[in-house]
Design a protein around this ligand. Structure first.
Ligand code: SIN
Length: 493
């Protein structure tokens, strides 16, 4: 990897403001580091030191010390540091995108877009830091004043996924830091390098020691357990699978920690006969194949009104067959590899299950000669609700299309999921769009639009898709406690 600034490639832990090896390395460095590889070719990119449970305990201790001072800083002082971090991320965006694309596999153009998306959260929350207002509540008794103030929740543990190694980090860290919390981040072991580079830039921006600490690790379960069970950590924010989210939630129960969970989705899109089909296909292509289908808000289930079903499928098929599959750094590539071969096996099994239950394979449906982590963009039609790929996240480049007949049926099948993150609608009937937007059991609805994610919107889901919202003016509230002050004795005696 040819970086303009090679010192951005960090491979250690960031503890109390110092890059260092994990405790395990002192014992046996061969066992206590792990290799990060490029999913396109399985070649090693870097060897990263692995944090242990002991490192996590030390990080918590440092964070508690740092927290006491950090929360005393003026909001404007915290904002200035965040703004410096933001500027450094923009300055180094090409290097960051290269690191991200190399360890994660998404096309360089998408990696660049993700770095800007990630930076936008830092800028947004630098601004929000200065707007943490309390209230003055009309009193219920003479001589009393009722107030609220907002205070940081305390030390935060953040656990982030591999599919957006930059944006999911800043979407958590920036509001937490802005609110006055010290943060300990455990990035995914599959893509820690982007997070470590962001940490290096935060160091250069001048965050005080211990305010932001990074624990890359292959001992994810042990480190997460320490973070979840410590009474000194007051909040866990996690993005990842619903299964792991539930486990972490249980581990946090004994200390009654505040939780933000951004878990799995199973987003439906409903395309009605009165929709602009060209726009609907373009929207489905963008949301289905972003990051090779590895996003939580990805369209997972495509429902199309029967009278336009065949025409929609033929337009979609034409577009899918033009997608260029390849290595992240090859110009013009639109679909990269999946994160690893296990992901390919999972996607392949879902496709086989659908075909065995009667789905028709229109295109794709297999791996690629490019390498073991690639899966060809695929279109399946005649899909039914019983097939596994309609019931769980595909997390791969597979479009599965099923017809529907009425609006009522469309609502019922769209809501037939334990997940409730996002849904998308295509129609030209305003009344229907309102009815559906209100009836869908999700946190976010794209209406004649699928590019819903920005820093200004509240990102999050209902049902088993999680708790809380990230981004927007609501995102910082997740890191704040409201304290009530009841001030008496103010009447003249
Ligand atoms: C995700 O897939 O978890 C995040 C996607 C986004 O922010 O758009």
């Amino acid at each position: 990897m040819q970086l303009a600034d090679p010192s951005l490639l960090k491979t250690g832990l960031l503890l109390n403001g110092v890059w260092q090896q994990g405790h395990g390395n002192a014992v046996n460095s061969a066992v206590n580091s792990f290799v990060v590889s490029n999913p396109a070719n399985a070649l090693a990119v870097a060897s990263v030191s692995s944090a242990t449970a002991l490192d996590a305990e030390q990080a918590i201790w440092h964070a508690v010390q740092a927290q006491a001072l950090w929360q005393q800083q003026l909001a404007s002082e915290r904002a200035l540091l965040l703004k410096s971090w933001y500027r450094l991320v923009l300055e180094h965006q090409d290097d960051l995108a290269l690191i991200l694309a190399t360890e994660q596999g998404k096309p360089l153009s998408e990696a660049k877009a993700e770095i800007l998306y990630a930076a936008s959260f830092i800028e947004w929350f630098a601004e929000e830091a200065k707007r943490l207002y309390g209230d003055l509540i009309p009193s219920t008794a003479r001589g009393r004043r009722l107030l609220t103030i907002k205070q940081p929740v305390g030390v935060v543990a953040a656990i982030t996924p591999w599919n957006f190694p930059a944006a999911m980090v800043t979407r958590k860290l920036a509001p937490a830091l802005a609110a006055g919390c010290a943060v300990i981040l455990k990035p995914s072991e599959l893509t820690p390098l982007t997070a470590l580079a962001l940490g290096e830039l935060a160091q250069r921006a001048g965050f005080p020691p211990g305010v932001l600490q990074l624990l890359p690790t292959i001992e994810a379960a042990a480190v997460a357990q320490v973070l979840c069970q410590s009474p000194l950590v007051r909040k866990l924010t996690f993005t990842g699978s619903t299964q792991v989210g539930k486990l972490l939630m249980r581990q946090c129960a004994d200390t009654v920690k505040r939780l933000s969970l951004e878990l799995g989705g199973n987003a439906p899109v409903l395309v009605f006969a009165d929709a602009d089909l060209t726009k609907a296909v373009a929207g489905v292509m963008a949301a289905k194949f972003r990051n090779a289908g590895q996003t939580c808000v990805c369209i997972n289930r495509i429902y199309v009104e029967r009278s336009v079903y065949d025409r929609f499928n033929s337009l979609l098929s034409e577009e899918i067959q033009q997608l260029k599959l390849g290595d992240a750094l090859t110009p013009g590539v639109q679909i990269g590899p999946l994160i690893n071969t296990a992901a390919v096996q999972k996607v392949s099994a879902l496709v086989q299950d659908a075909i065995s239950k009667g789905a028709r394979l229109n295109c794709g449906g297999q791996g690629s000669a490019l390498g073991e982590s690639f899966y060809q963009p695929t279109l399946l039609t005649e899909v039914t609700q019983e097939m596994q790929l309609m019931q769980q996240e595909i997390f791969g480049p597979v479009a599965a299309v099923m017809p529907f007949d009425t609006e009522q049926q469309a609502i019922a099948i769209a809501n037939q999921s334990a997940a409730g993150l996002a849904a998308y609608l295509y129609s030209s009937d305003i009344g229907r769009l309102w009815r559906l937007a209100e009836a869908l059991e999700v946190g976010m609805v794209g209406i004649n639009e699928t590019a819903i994610s920005t820093e200004v919107i509240p990102f999050g889901g209902v049902k088993e898709s999680g708790l809380g919202r990230e981004g927007s003016r609501y995102g910082i509230e997740e890191y704040l406690e409201i304290k009530h002050l009841c001030w008496g004795g103010l009447a003249q005696s």
